[in-house]
Design a protein around this ligand. Sequence first.
Ligand SMILES: [Ca+2]
Ligand SMILES: [Ca+2]
Length: 94
Amino acid sequence: MAGSGDDNLNLKKLMKNLVSALDEKNLSVKELFSQMDTDMDGRISGPELHKGLDNLAGEYLSPGQISKIIESMDKDSDNRIDQSELSAAIEKVR
Ligand SMILES: [Ca+2]
Ligand SMILES: [Ca+2]
């Protein structure tokens, strides 16, 4: 039994979709970051990521999936994605 349910996330595929959305819109990582960081505190929080992925890549994800993405990118474990963490994650799929 797999039983992984809704939170079973293909992160690699998701990141690829995000990167192709970026390329399509001709956005740099910096521009992506500032579009997602709506309160401009220099970090992307769960709700900001949720909204950003929905807007940019058309990916509507569950809170559990969002936490997994943050976990996978978050190198300094502050539960937020900063610009270098985002760009490292994007470089990995390019
Ligand atoms: Ca923010
Ligand atoms: Ca972080």
